[in-house]
Ligand binder design. Structure first.
Ligand code: KG4
Ligand code: ZN
Length: 353
């Protein structure tokens, strides 16, 4: 069984073909990241326009790389939320049109749930991918850490989950991106903070961890403000000093030490909660998903502290891609999950789990 996955929720235009929910046959990602980098964040209108230009070539490439004809596909899976309105619209309208023209079943995918399924891919003949040797077992504890979401989820089985906690304000990836901007590091902030942190001392500054009523909820806005206050203090200015002027005033050592201290605390926060949830629920496996799951510091801390072995997927499958959408689509197909109506499927920009 082969499913084409289409993903356009943010700035990546992505399509992939996955077989049987475990074999990655093709994976094409075109990103408009370079166009957004000059603004230090995603510009929704630019993202939507880029999707229009890229979507057909990306899908054609995914099918060509898979040596797969339309007739060899069993269905289409598309992200319908959460994400940016204009971006989601391009993917959903394209998938609806294809489903109608090619008479293929259509599955509407929750982007955040999709991220988890990157961990179910175990085989590929594509070069440059390191995949886990076997699929994770249920009950499965998933830490989802991306630019838009931070959640701890317990999956009892496919499509049967309990949301343990979520962020009450910023997502962890958003905190990385905003702190990078304050420090004058390039967008996206996750990888650039990771790089800058290598030259710094992660224990040079004390930064706060938020404590919430539900111990599995998250909050990163206070940490972000604490970093701003720390940077202002480091350059000898008061709290009114504009963050936009900080990069030119910070020296390399200050930048590296702030990046390292922030990265350690942000990662420790999500690892603390993952360990607590592991101890409370004793899942059969733990996975991490979403763009920040590519972080080497997150993988290092989790491997060190988790009492069981954990397998990580290829970092290329952590950031937005069509493979994760195609993979969850395979399980929707296998388990006879409800189909989406190709005449009416609407986007759901604020979709939650
Ligand atoms: O999952 P994703 O590609 O898009 C969303 O669904 O939001 O995640 C993007 C986020 C950004 O905040 C980016 O800074 C972060 O993932 N990110 C990383 C790494 N690569 C991307 N964070 C830490 N380490 C990385 N290597
Ligand atoms: Zn994502």
């Amino acid at each position: 069984m082969r499913i084409l996955g289409i993903e356009t929720s943010c700035d990546e235009t992505a399509a992939a073909v996955v077989e049987d929910g475990r074999y990655l046959i093709s994976n094409v990602v075109a990103s408009s990241m370079a166009l957004h980098a000059v603004y230090g964040g995603i510009v929704p209108e630019i993202a939507a326009r880029s999707h229009i230009e890229a979507i057909i070539p990306v899908i054609d490439q995914a099918l060509a790389d898979a040596s797969c004809s339309w007739a060899q596909l069993d269905g289409i899976a598309v992200t319908y939320g959460a994400g940016l309105n204009g971006s989601l619209l391009i993917g959903v309208l394209t998938a609806r049109s294809i489903a109608l023209c090619r008479h293929l079943p259509l599955y509407a995918i929750n982007h955040v749930e999709g991220h988890v399924y990157a961990n179910f891919l175990t085989d590929t003949s594509l070069p440059g991918y390191t995949l886990p040797a076997r699929q994770p077992l249920f009950p499965l504890l998933a830490l989802i850490v991306s630019g838009g979401h931070t959640q701890l989820v317990l999956l009892h089985d496919h499509f049967n989950l309990t949301l343990l906690g979520r962020t009450q304000d910023d997502a962890i990836g958003e905190a990385f991106d905003k702190v990078a901007k304050m420090l004058g590091l390039p967008y996206p902030g996750g990888p650039s903070i990771g790089l800058a942190a290598k030259a710094g001392d992660p224990y040079s500054f004390r930064l706060p961890k938020a404590h919430l009523t539900n111990k599995y909820d998250f909050s990163f806005s206070g940490l972000k403000t604490a970093v701003l206050r720390l940077a202002q203090e480091q350059v000898g200015e008061s709290f009114g000093f504009p963050s936009i002027k900080l990069p030119e005033r910070l020296n390399e050592a200050q930048r590296a030490n702030i990046a390292a201290s922030f990265e350690r605390i942000a990662v420790e926060t999500v690892v603390d909660k993952t360990i607590s949830a592991y101890e409370e629920y004793q899942p059969a496996a733990v996975v991490i998903a979403g763009g920040v799951a590519a972080s080497t510091e997150l993988r290092r801390q989790l491997t060190e502290r988790l009492p069981v072995a954990i397998a990580y997927t290829d970092p290329k499958l952590c950031t937005d891609n069509g493979a994760m959408i195609a993979t969850i689509g395979c399980y929707k197909f296998k388990q006879h999950q409800p189909l989406a109506d190709p005449y009416s499927l609407a986007i759901a920009p604020d979709l939650t789990m």
